[in-house]
Design a binder for this molecule. Structure first.
Ligand code: PGA
Length: 253
């Protein structure tokens, strides 16, 4: 059975005080669920990672980073290595979030290097994939997702894939309040699973967790999670309020 996995991507939000307060509030209310019935990860900005790691220590809640660089060390001003994240107690890392792809301009190939480097550094990457609105309207959803999966997982053998979570995040649903319907999410999740069966094998495809992301909230979490192939949620806006995020965790558990 695939254990549900809920992650809160705080993006470029919170400050030194509110990040710890939010982490503590989530950890307090989610205790008894987190780690046992559901995997929970908080994904704060880099600069608050260490204090959030400290705030959720021994609570069953994990911490992830929003990005990383694929090189181990050296002259890469502004970048953060897998070993640095591991060193401070980070377990998960987002790779290829749509804002990295479409605002910052990351390529499919760069995302693939990051996924490989994350696993090499002992981290658990969450590979984000998803189509733009024009791509969906143009009937390109499956082609786009297939291309992103192929490049994003290019460096990996099947035995490394147990570290990976896929997040399907249609770009038109992110931060827009326009959630994909549970059926739309389910359709693409099934496509992703079939694609991974072909790229790797059936067993891996049956075991890998696929999160949905894009305006997931306390009101729609249950219906999304009721879909057979939706194994968790990657939550942006609604993860910034402890009360809402805890409701989502409860719905997933
Ligand atoms: P949202 O963001 O929940 O605010 O739409 C999701 C994400 O970008 O991971």
């Amino acid at each position: 059975m695939r254990k549900p996995f809920v992650a809160g991507n705080w993006k470029m939000n919170t400050d030194s005080h509110s990040s710890v307060e939010l982490a503590q509030a989530v950890a307090n209310s989610a205790s008894g669920l987190a780690g046992d019935k559901v995997n929970v990860a908080l994904i704060p900005p880099f600069v608050y990672l260490q204090s959030v790691v400290k705030a959720v220590k021994s609570t069953g809640v994990s911490v992830g980073a929003q990005d990383l660089y694929f090189e181990a060390k050296g002259a890469f001003t502004g970048e953060i290595s897998p070993a640095m994240l591991k060193d401070i107690g980070c377990n998960y890392v987002l790779c290829g979030h749509s804002e990295r792809r479409h605002v910052i301009g990351e390529s499919d190939e760069l995302v693939g290097k990051k996924v490989t480097a994350a696993i090499g550094g002992g981290l658990l990457p969450i590979l984000c994939v998803g189509e733009l609105l024009a791509e969906r309207d143009g009937g390109q959803t499956e082609a786009v997702v297939a291309r992103q999966l192929k490049a994003g997982l290019a460096g990996l053998s099947a035995d490394k894939m147990s570290a990976v979570t896929i997040a399907y995040e249609p770009v038109w649903a992110i931060g827009t309040g326009r959630t994909a319907t549970p059926q739309q999410a389910q359709e693409v999740h099934v496509f992703i699973r079939r694609f991974l069966a072909g790229m790797f094998n059936e067993k891996l495809a049956a075991e890998i967790r696929i999160q949905y992301g894009g305006s997931a909230n306390a009101g729609n979490a249950k219906d999304l999670m009721a879909q057979a192939d939706v194994d968790g949620l990657l939550v942006g806006g609604a993860s910034l309020k402890a009360e809402d995020f805890v409701k989502i965790i409860q719905a997933a558990a």
